[in-house]
Design a protein around this ligand. Structure first.
Ligand code: HEC
Length: 251
């Protein structure tokens, strides 16, 4: 015997499972967005996400060095202004190893940066106790490196498709959305994700593609919100259909 199920009549235990999953994923989404605001969002030194932020993150801010740009951006609050200016001045003067010590820049790093940027802190950030790692970032800022792009790309592709597979699977069981619209909503996050990640790579070479990053990210968020709301609404606010028994083959 087969039954026709939809989100209104799958029974309490499955509803609880789906709802728990959707809630945790939604909180994860909010966290991910907050994280974006604090890293990419601060790339231009101003709060809030803009096209400039995306250009600086992927293409780089080629008018300056990475250290200087970070000290005017997401690392702005990590040291007193006077110390930040000393570091920036030292970078502009050529970032010599000699003056690193004689000008007391090493002390500023030790007091303000090693807390996170060291092997000991173990945060996966560049280790600034090694001078070489500072020197490399005192050159023209060309944005995300290939190794960081491949790393973040594959994590996103695997992780996000996993999330949207289950969000889509739950939403498939909704009954109030016509099949065509359903298909679009289900495909959209996958297509948006490819657009989003593809345009990180394109932006690395050509800043104009930063717009596509925003459109891709936006498409994903819209599809997520739509599928989430419809699924929750049908499970908890719609009157349950009686499960209809059908013969095998009719389903
Ligand atoms: C509270 C922890 C913390 C402290 C303290 C800190 N940073 Fe960072 N730093 C981070 C995080 C997290 C990132 C990665 C996110 C980003 O790029 O904004 C980062 C990234 C950077 C980068 C970019 C590295 C790269 O290769 O992408 C530079 C340069 C940098 N920090 C410089 C500094 C300097 C200089 C100081 C000291 C004045 C400092 N940071 C202090 C947490 C910290």
């Amino acid at each position: 015997m087969l039954y026709k199920w939809n989100l209104t009549n799958i029974g309490l235990p499955l509803k609880v499972l789906f709802t728990s999953y959707l809630c945790v994923v939604a909180i994860g989404y909010v966290m991910a967005f907050t994280q974006i605001l604090f890293t990419h969002g601060m790339a231009d030194g101003k709060f809030g996400l803009s096209v400039d932020d995306i250009v600086y993150s992927y293409y780089g801010n080629r008018s300056g060095t990475l250290i200087e740009n970070k000290l005017d951006g997401s690392m702005k609050d990590k040291a007193e202004d006077a110390d930040r200016f000393k570091i920036i001045q030292w970078v502009r003067d050529g970032a010599d190893e000699e003056t690193f010590k004689s000008k007391g820049i090493d002390q500023i790093f030790e007091n303000n940066c090693f807390g996170c940027h060291s092997a000991e802190a173990d945060m996966g950030l560049p280790d600034f106790t090694q001078f070489q790692n500072i020197k490399e970032r005192a050159k023209e800022d060309t944005g995300a490196t290939f190794s960081s792009l491949t790393r973040v790309s594959h994590i996103h592709l695997f992780g996000i498709s996993f999330i949207f597979f289950f969000v889509g699977l739950i939403f498939v069981m909704s009954k109030s959305v016509p099949a065509g619209l359903k298909a679009i909503a289900i495909a959209m996050p996958f297509a948006s994700q490819i657009m989003d990640i593809g345009s990180w790579w394109l932006t690395k070479f050509e800043p104009i593609f930063a717009w596509l990053v925003i459109i891709g990210g936006g498409g994903m968020a819209v599809a997520f919100a739509f599928m989430w709301t419809v699924s929750m609404y049908e499970m908890w606010f719609m009157r349950a259909d009686k499960p209809v028994s059908v013969k095998p083959g009719d389903a």
